[in-house]
Write a protein that binds this ligand. Structure first.
Ligand code: WTA
Length: 679
């Protein structure tokens, strides 16, 4: 695929690639793409909101909807109202009924190399058996079932079993700590937990059950637990009195028929907790009709998924990307979706490329942080494998720098695959801003235009669209089917966090930061969704996302609230105050920097530093682990006493320091900067 390095043509090619800032989708791709007519943009605009019927039509409904969009109680929008459907029916039964029961639905590979393939027929059988078991345990429609599992097939099976009986799931990322599990179970009043004994990481058997048990001790109500035996004899676990063994349950219900429950389009399909500005994670509510339609539509239009494909999204199902683009979107379209349990560099740094070659993967979707690691490891790893089965590449989770984009394009895609850089969020349910791979020119570094039917605009503080090239706030001015409906049990927070009231669209005093409550809602004419990202837009309407404008940082594509990390740190004995910011990091995008003030008389020792790091791992998980803990007697504060986070960010990123003249204690800045190591 790549020429010898040092060869003249190769050098010329490199130089050309480096300068090139626009790329056309290859003819070979366009010819077979799902969506190729650019009239789709106009069609959606002219026929909005009915255009979204196109998404709903990708599903099988028990009852057709009466209304596409119900906006009477905005921004509590409702989609496809009157419609009824079941998500597991759409992801399983209908494909079996279509005569495709022997097609692979999930191809799984464990870290040590064992493989499992579930056909649509197998998957349906196991989902029905587990659904029957959940019912027997007492799970009723609308009960929230928490799933705390790594990348093993039982996770999507449990999700679909919940969907089958109308019980919303709440998946907690397996890398999150026991405390994080407890917080989420308490918040959702979840009385059921499905977890596992452990899993492999870099060849070691990790004990997951211990963490789950510890979490359960922090849950304030009774819980019934099901434990999947992932590790067999490798790790013996103690089930305990209240826990059930997954295999026993499934065996006992083998052959069970569980009719899929007809769910109202607006009924909750799942809850997904995510980080926000305050310490408490937010329970994002997604629905059955709108979410599933949107996941299916974007998988079809953007990822170009076809039933005969082998498709691989290398995310974790514990995040929204895995929900929408490992499980629901691909399975709704009846494709083969891959799952890999382990890390990309185990046993060698070519594990992913080996998997692509072995399974002849057609579509590959990953995060920029992973691509930056691959770049660092070197092109020899992909070059050793035949990646010619690939047709399309995608990225998600954070901005991708043009150098990483081009590396991906050349060394993974062989310059023959379009790349979709997809901007979206837990809250949006699916992709919002990206090129359509069969239509648009690609510009590395810029996600692209908003998808058809998505009215995304970049505006200034007053809500006026900015000029091309100027930075502003990203907004979405129209609702869309995959949007969150509310935050679990917290309509007020939903309003204040995401929506801005534009009661008079022409007024200049529209403050994007003015919160409002449910009471003032009646006056609003127009509602605008505010994702808390900064962006620029160019003459062609391509959006470049700059990053968060709130106190959320993005570490390796994982969204973390600085307040959550701060509260874990101040929980460590000896710590008086902490400020956490994100600093630039070559591979992770951003890394966690913690500035810590100690209590009087407390010595700044390495031991204490370690306890602080442990405190963060216990409170949230290893993903939030601080890159550096800096002890300081003071934090830089303005005269009004506000911590100047911007300065702390500059220090962490090794940037030139911004203005310090408004500080009450300017001297402290140099003292802190001296301690920080940046690369
Ligand atoms: C960021 C992940 C730039 C953004 C699906 C957003 C991106 C947050 C991109 C959501 C992208 C996601 N380019 N930034 N292509 N995709 N982001 O909820 O800041 O985990 O607000 O959802 O990730 O993170 P979340």
């Amino acid at each position: 695929m790549s020429d010898e390095s040092g060869d003249g043509t190769e050098v010329e090619l490199e130089a050309r690639l480096e300068e090139q800032d626009r790329f056309e989708p290859p003819e070979s791709f366009v010819e077979g793409a799902n969506v190729t007519d650019e009239a789709i943009y106009e069609e959606f605009e002219e026929n909005w909101p009915e255009c979204w019927e196109r998404a709903a039509d990708l599903l099988s409904w028990d009852e057709a909807h009466d209304t596409v969009l119900e906006d009477g109680d905005a921004p509590f929008y409702e989609w496809f109202t009157g419609g009824e459907l079941n998500a597991s029916y759409n992801c399983l039964d209908r494909h079996v009924e279509d005569g495709r029961k022997n097609q692979a639905a999930i191809k799984w590979e464990g870290e040590l190399g064992e493989t499992r393939t579930y056909t649509y027929g197998d998957l349906l059988n196991e989902v029905e058996a587990f659904a029957a078991a959940l019912r027997e345990l007492g799970v009723e429609e609308d009960d929230v079932v928490t799933l705390y599992m790594p990348m093993i097939p039982e996770l999507p099976i449990a999700m679909l079993a919940c969907a089958r009986i109308g019980a919303p799931h709440s998946v907690v990322f397996a890398g999150f700590s026991a405390d994080a599990l407890a917080t989420r179970m308490n918040s959702a009043d979840s009385e059921y937990l499905v977890t596992c004994d452990g899993y492999y990481r870099r060849g070691d058997a990790l004990n997951h059950k211990e963490k789950a048990d510890k979490g359960l001790r922090g849950v304030d109500h009774d819980v019934q637990t099901v434990v999947v035996d992932r590790l067999g004899d490798e790790l013996t676990h103690f089930l305990g009195n209240d826990a059930h063994d997954y295999d026993d349950l499934v065996d006992a219900h083998e052959g069970a028929t569980v009719e899929p429950v007809s769910r109202d389009a607006e009924d909750m399909l799942f809850l997904m907790y995510t980080s926000g500005t305050t310490g408490e994670p937010k329970g994002v509510k997604h629905t059955t009709g709108g979410y599933l339609s949107y996941a299916a539509w974007t998988s079809h239009a953007v990822l170009d998924v076809k039933p005969e494909d082998t498709y691989w999204c290398a995310a974790d199902i514990g995040w929204i990307t895995g929900h929408s683009y490992i499980v629901y979107g691909p399975l709704a379209l009846g494709t083969t979706t891959m799952m890999y349990e382990g890390t990309p560099d185990y046993p060698e740094r070519d594990r992913l490329w080996e998997l692509i070659e072995k399974n002849r993967v057609d579509i590959f979707y990953t995060a920029p942080t992973a691509i930056r690691s691959f770049m660092k490891w070197g092109e020899e790893y992909p070059a050793g494998h035949d990646l010619s089965s690939l047709r399309l590449l995608g990225t998600v989770g954070e901005p991708i720098n043009p150098r990483a984009w081009k590396w991906y394009y050349k060394h993974i895609g062989g310059e023959e695959c379009p790349i979709v850089d997809t901007w979206w969020q837990t809250e949006t349910g699916g992709m919002m801003i990206t090129t359509l791979p069969g239509i648009n020119t690609m510009k590395p570094g810029s996600a692209g235009p908003p998808l058809p039917g998505i009215d995304a605009q970049v505006v200034d503080v007053e809500g006026t669209p900015v000029d091309p090239g100027d930075a502003g706030y990203l907004t979405v001015q129209n609702p869309w089917p995959g949007m969150l409906r509310t935050l679990y049990d917290n309509d007020d927070r939903f309003l204040t966090e995401y929506w801005q009231e534009y009661s008079d669209p022409d007024a200049v005093n529209r403050q994007l930061t003015t919160p409002h409550s449910t009471e003032s809602r009646e006056d609003a004419d127009e509602w605008v969704y505010f994702p808390e990202d900064g962006a620029t837009i160019d003459e062609d309407g391509f959006v470049t996302v700059l990053g968060r404008v709130d106190d959320v940082i993005n570490v390796s594509g994982h969204r973390l609230g600085t307040m959550e990390i701060e509260s874990a740190i101040v929980g460590v004995p000896g710590v008086a105050e902490a400020a956490v910011v994100g600093g630039d990091h070559e591979v992770k995008g951003q890394a966690v920097y913690a500035y810590v003030i100690l209590e009087d008389g407390q010595e700044p020792t390495d031991d204490l530093r370690e306890r602080i790091v442990d405190g963060v791992e216990d409170g949230i998980g290893p993903i939030a682990r601080p890159e550096q803990v800096v002890f300081t007697p003071e934090l830089p504060k303005t005269r009004s006493g506000k911590i100047m986070r911007r300065l702390l960010e500059d220090i962490a990123s090794g940037d030139e320091l911004g203005d310090t003249s408004t500080l009450r204690n300017p001297g402290v800045v140099d003292d802190i900067a001296e301690q920080v190591e940046t690369d």
